[in-house]
Each structure stands twice: as structure tokens, then as C-alpha cells.
Design a protein around this ligand. Sequence first.
Ligand SMILES: Cc1ncc(COP(=O)(O)O)c(C=O)c1O
Length: 254
Amino acid sequence: MDTLERFAEAKLAALSEQQLRRTLHETAPCGPVRVKRNGRPLISFCSNDYLNLSQHPAVKRAAVEATERWGAGAGSSRLVTGNHPLFAELERRLARLKGTDDACVFGSGYLANLGIVPTLVGAGDLIVADELSHACLRAGAALSRSHVEIFRHNDLDHVEDLLATHRASHERALLLTDGVFSMDGDLAPVAALAEIAAAHDTWLMTDDAHGSAWSAAGAARVFAAAPRPRCRCRWARCRRRSAAMAAISARRRR
Ligand SMILES: Cc1ncc(COP(=O)(O)O)c(C=O)c1O
């Protein structure tokens, strides 16, 4: 057995011992919210396709027509092959839905956070993040090489303390939170966070992956309604509600 195999076996054994070893279960969709796993019909409560748009006849028809016209697959990244006209149209329509000037589509929610966070902050900057923020916000924070401070879930006093202590020694600062928390379904106090962020010259970014299901604009609505002056940069993100869209980021003009 070579070192790679030995390593793999030891790692899998350790994961099994801690009951952390994951396996994939073949699960076939059978129409709206119903699936079949190991021959058992089940109702799925874990999909992100809340509105069942993946099954909407107009969505399916548009996907078939686009495939017939343009073929399947992107070929390469749009920076390399050029921007496909469908991206421009999709981003225009998403910006309209979100009430923003523009939007940028990413391949997935995870990729959006990996891309956006290090674009905004880097070494020498500060990130203050809710302890229950999705793992990909934390991964984006780690990738950015910023100094990261974690605040107790939705605890505004703790956010205030951390910014009062750390903000002055960093050039830029970014406050990160989910808009609707993915595991518990509770909401971040976005308006209050925006006040605190603005008072400390800190940008606020919300992961709105689950926000768009209950409001088309998601957290962007809170940003739009909040009194000025606001934080300097306002981002909202939404994730797919159909099979077609992965994730967007959008910013409202000041
Ligand atoms: C709040 C939040 N952000 C990001 C993600 C990652 O999104 P994706 O599965 O599209 O990569 C998830 C996934 O469930 C999520 O709940």
C-alpha cells in the first residue's frame, strides 16, 4: 500500500469512528417535492427549489429552447470565451428583480462568497462575522487573509464591541452575516447591523441565499429602506430558486 492509500484509509477510518463519514444517497426527483430513494417514495424538505420553479413549464421550455439554440455547456469561463448574451440578459433581469443597478451571476452560492469576500478585503483588513454565518462566508474570509473576528449570533452589542476594539487598526472592514440563517431560519437584524457598520466605516455584506424565497428583493429591501448615511458598500446575494440560476451579487447605487 502506498502512502496515499494509507493516508486515505486512515482518514476514512477516523471519520467513521467519529461518525462523520458522509455517503451520497441516490435520490430521484419525481415531480414537485416528491423523490424516490431506495425504492421509497418520500417528500423532500431539504431542496432549495422552494418555489418548484425547476418544474415550471415556462422554465423548462426556456431551458430546452436555449439548449437547442446555443448547445449545452459554456466551453470556458466568460472572461476567456467572451460574455454569452444570455448572461447579460439574465443579469439585467436579476438586477431588476433585486432593485439594483447590476448583478453578477456565479456558478454557485459557495463560489459567490469565495469570489466576493476576497475582492472587497485582504491582508491588513478586518472581517467581523456572525458565528452562524454559512461556512462559505467563513471560507471566503479565510481566503481573503483578513483578520477575522466572530460575533455571537445576532448579538449587536458584541458587534459594537468588536468594531470598537479592532476597527481602528485595520484599513478596511467588512461585516458578514446571512440574511436568513440557513439552519434555524431566523433573520439577521440587518437594519441595526447597517447602523453599527456605518458608524464604524464598515461595509456590510449579507448572504441572501434564503432571503429571496420570502421577498424578491431579500435583504436589499432592508438596505433600500434604511435611512442615510448607510454603510459604504451594500451587497446582497441570492441563490437559485430554480434549477437554472446559481447565485448573484448585486449592489445598489448610493
Ligand atoms: C446561507 C447559504 N449561503 C451559501 C450556501 C451555498 O450555496 P450553494 O449550495 O449554491 O453553493 C448555502 C447552502 O445551503 C447557504 O445556506
